[in-house]
Structures are given as C-alpha cells and as structure tokens.
Design a protein around this ligand. Structure first.
Ligand code: ADP
Ligand code: MG
Length: 273
C-alpha cells in the first residue's frame, strides 16, 4: 500500500459502526486508532420560517432540546405542527432560519452544502411515509443504489444482508409494484440500514400501512436501538407514541411537552391504534 513509513502517515480512515478507524503508519510501525463517535443531537433556539407572499409561516419556533446518541424518541404532533420540518433540519435537507443544530459537535447548518451532502450520506438514514422507492429498480437495486452512493465496498452483498435483516431475503429481485406496502417499507428500512448510519429519521413510516403491518414495521425500527442507533420516529398518533420512553410533542411549531408518554410506555406487542 505504501513504500516507506518513516513519517506519520494516516493511510486509511474508515467509518464503521459509529466509529472512525484510522490506520496510522509511523516509524515503520502500523497501528490502528479508534474513535467512538458520539452523535448527540443538540438544538438551540431553532426556528424555521417560510415566506409565502406577505405571510410568514412559522413552521418551527425557538426549539431547544437534546437527544442523546442511541435514544429512541417519538416526535408527536398534529398535521402542520412542524414534525417533517424538524426531521428535514436534522437531516440537513433544509437550513434553519435561526438557531444552532449541533450533531456530533458540528453545527450542520453552518457547514458548506457539499459537506452537508457528506453528512447526510454518512450520518442519516431516511424513511418516509410513502416509501419513496425507485419504481423501476428491484428491491436489491433500490438498496444497492444507496450503498453505492455511500461508496461502500461490496455494496451488493451489503444490500442483500440489509434485505435479509428486514426479512426480505426471498424477495430481493421483486420490483416495488410486486411487493405489498409493508414489504416496500421494509425495503425502505433496508435502504436506511445498509450504510449503518447512526441516526434514523422516520417520518410517519406506518401512515400507509394497516395496523398489523404497521406494528411489524415499528418493531423492526425500534430493534435498531440494539445497534446503538438514534431513532427519531414521527407520528400524529398518540397511541403509537407509547412505544417510546420519550415523546417530544409539537404544537404549532413549538415543543409543548418532552418526557415519557402521558399514558405510559407499552411494549410494541401491546400497542393498539
Ligand atoms: N416549503 C414550505 N413552504 C411553506 N410552508 C411550509 C413548507 N413546508 C412546511 N410548511 C408549513 O410549515 C408548517 C409545518 O409543516 P410540516 O413540518 O410539514 O408539519 P407536519 O409534518 O407536522 O405535518 C405547516 O404550516 C406547513 O404548511
Ligand atoms: Mg409531515
């Protein structure tokens, strides 16, 4: 890989399992250094306004909160309360009008657009209500596409593994129209998992699904906590919010409560809505 290593050379840097590995060559010695990354999310006075003609729409106003890496948090609120806007800001799909959004100690609204792309690619897995799969790509191709974008080695194998994880090992060659809604959402989850991003943002992921399928999808998502992922799950459904130990409730762009669900946490098997 290299001829001489008299001087300090960082030969390779890898991003794996929420850790960064540096392979360092110094005075003919090769060593590996590991830094466990901490993806805490800190919001400080975050506002997002949209100008619509003469009207200012205050989608989010002065939000401050912290989410610790590895937490499963539900964002609960009625339609129009700012839930999607909040996920878009954390995912750097949009910039706030005011305030600081710090993730892994970086203000992601202040970094350059190209860096925001890298941040999104390495840090965020998105899951949407309407699945958002490419209709002309198979399940495998949909997942592999994201693995390729993330420049993963052996992307095809990783995509197959991710599809097996969500129980679709037998369906990898199916196209979205050949899959049920629940199966399409599983492909979308595999797509979010394949790059092993530390933060999963799920925007009403069960909105299009029947109750039983929805519950399976929620279970699959919450299981990801085991691999030390932060899960932000958006819903307008108070019953669904009971799967978490922490619910951030939004109303008209403001946090109105933040704590355990008012009616208590229940296991996913006992959730009903
Ligand atoms: N791009 C936009 N332009 C103008 N208004 C927007 C835009 N995106 C969201 N909004 C407004 O911001 C508010 C919050 O929207 P949103 O975050 O989508 O809410 P939720 O996901 O809770 O339904 C709503 O009043 C919505 O109409
Ligand atoms: Mg929304």
């Amino acid at each position: 890989m290299f001829k001489s290593c008299d001087n300090l050379v960082i030969v390779q840097y890898l991003n794996l399992l929420n850790s960064k590995f540096w392979i360092i060559c110094s005075e003919n010695q090769v060593s590996v250094s590991v830094l466990i990354m901490n993806y805490d999310i800190k919001l400080l006075n975050v506002s997002k306004y949209y100008q619509m003609g003469n009207t200012t729409v205050k989608a989010l106003e002065e939000l401050s909160t912290e989410i610790t890496h590895g937490e499963v948090v539900v964002v609960l609120g009625p339609s129009g309360s700012g839930k999607t806007t909040l996920l878009n800001l954390i995912g750097a799909l949009e910039n706030p009008t005011n305030g600081v959004i710090q993730i892994a100690e970086k203000d992601i609204a202040q970094i350059k657009r190209q860096k925001q792309f890298t941040y999104r690619r390495e840090t965020i897995g998105f899951i949407f209500q309407t699945f958002n799969l490419f209709p002309t790509l198979s399940a495998l191709e949909n997942v592999q596409y994201v693995a390729d974008l993330a420049k993963l080695r052996k992307s095809r194998n990783k995509a197959i593994e991710a599809l097996k994880t969500v129980g679709l090992g037998e369906r990898i060659r199916h196209f979205p129209h050949q899959l049920s809604g629940g199966e399409q959402q599983r492909v979308a989850i595999a797509r979010a998992l394949v790059k092993d991003a530390p933060i999963i943002l799920a925007d009403e992921p069960t909105g299009e699904l029947d109750f039983k399928t929805g519950r399976q999808i929620l279970s699959l998502l919450v299981e990801q906590k085991q691999s030390k992922k932060t899960i932000l799950l958006v819903t307008h459904n108070r019953e669904i919010s009971r799967l978490a130990h922490r619910v951030i409730e939004l109303q008209a762009g403001k946090i109105v409560s933040d704590g355990p669900p008012t009616d208590g946490t229940v296991s996913i098997d006992n959730l009903k809505w």
